[in-house]
Design a binder for this molecule. Structure first.
Ligand SMILES: [Zn+2]
Length: 348
């Protein structure tokens, strides 16, 4: 297949996006507009000048440096209108990439600086997701994130609020932030409560720390999906267990290289994971911060690892299986994707 053909095909390919951060998806043009309507100052006034504040450079050194980019946009994401707009746009960007299903994650506690309650934040984000989903024939759900540097009581409040929206647009809870400084062991009570409330759990693990964090996320916190899981390659025994459990990994190739989860593409374990039968999915993490798109992530797999069309199709379909949907919802999504694949194969 020529590069042109595959790029064209990959754009139209039906996909899912299971690991997308709301605050990592804000378009620079939207930030300019939010700054002007909120009268909050920005250090620069054009899209080109804003990009370095919102995107990592090629030489990004760590997850911590990567996470600093979020502090720049958060002050602008503190009102009902701003949250609804960026939630809408996150779904719209996914739809443009051929996504049929997207889960958008956000940390409600980070959007309460101007008086919104955690409950309000969730309600407004879900409203934005729902509006976009309706207009753009894509399915969208939210994931509420607990932050590693937050107190147990703040995270407990997030979990309780999330549970009130379970089944009405809120799909699951997550744990994110500085993994190296805050291992998962400290969050047992928070995620025990989440499970008690019926909330599915995904955890960022094995991105900035080792395989033990993945073990703890699964067996200690009850994660049924793992965010990234790159350092699972450090334990063959745990990788086997994760495969037997059928736990999906939400991999985000460009982001994983940028945060130095691995030093380079050669050490990126996605081909090995695929061959081992691990249920891998491909996602963007943060299209703005990482300066990428979902289509580009699939192209990179083709370019760096020689994944064939049939293999990429398998990875895309893993997304339907890994989605936080009931079994019949997963089946409907899978059938929609298969139908789109049939049309695509006939067309190109
Ligand atoms: Zn993430």
């Amino acid at each position: 297949m020529s590069n042109f053909n595959i790029a064209n095909k990959l754009l139209k390919m039906p996909k899912t996006e299971l690991h997308l951060h709301l605050d990592g998806s804000v378009r620079p043009s939207t930030l300019l507009q939010l700054a002007s309507s909120s009268r909050l100052p920005l250090p620069v006034q054009t899209i080109e000048e804003l990009e370095p504040y919102m995107q990592v450079e090629e030489d990004c050194r760590s997850l911590k440096e990567y996470l600093d980019k979020f502090d720049f946009v958060l002050p602008f994401l503190q009102t009902a209108e701003a949250l609804e707009q960026v939630a809408y746009e996150a779904v719209a960007q996914s739809a443009e990439q051929g996504c049929l299903y997207v889960e958008v994650r956000f940390a409600p506690q980070l959007h309460t600086l101007q008086g919104l309650s955690v409950h309000d934040v969730i309600a407004h984000v879900l409203r934005g997701l729902e509006a976009a989903a309706k207009q753009l024939s894509i399915q969208a759900q939210g994931i509420a994130i607990c932050m590693r540097h937050h107190s147990s009581s703040l995270n407990m409040e997030t979990v309780e609020a999330a549970a009130a929206f379970l089944g009405t647009g809120l799909a699951a809870v997550d744990l994110a932030g500085d993994e190296a400084s805050f291992p998962p062991g400290a969050f047992h009570a928070v995620f025990a409560r989440a499970r008690e409330l019926g909330l599915p759990v995904t955890i960022h693990a094995g991105e900035a720390a080792g395989a033990e964090n993945i073990r703890e996320a699964v067996y200690g916190l009850g994660a049924i999906r793992i965010g990234h899981g790159i350092r699972l390659q450090e334990s063959a025994e745990l990788a086997r267990a994760i495969r037997e459990l059928g736990l999906p990994l939400e991999m985000c190739p460009t982001s994983n290289i940028q945060t130095k989860a691995v030093p380079d593409w050669e050490s990126y374990p996605i081909r090995d994971y695929f061959l081992q039968g691990l249920k891998i999915t491909v996602n963007t993490d943060n299209p703005t911060v990482s300066n990428t798109t979902l289509t580009r992530e699939y192209e990179l797999l083709h370019r760096h690892f020689g994944f064939t069309w049939a293999e990429l199709k398998q990875i895309a379909l893993n997304g339907a299986e890994a989605a936080f949907l009931p079994d019949d919802g997963k089946q409907i999504l899978r059938e929609k994707m298969l139908q789109r694949f049939l049309e695509l194969d006939a067309e190109l």
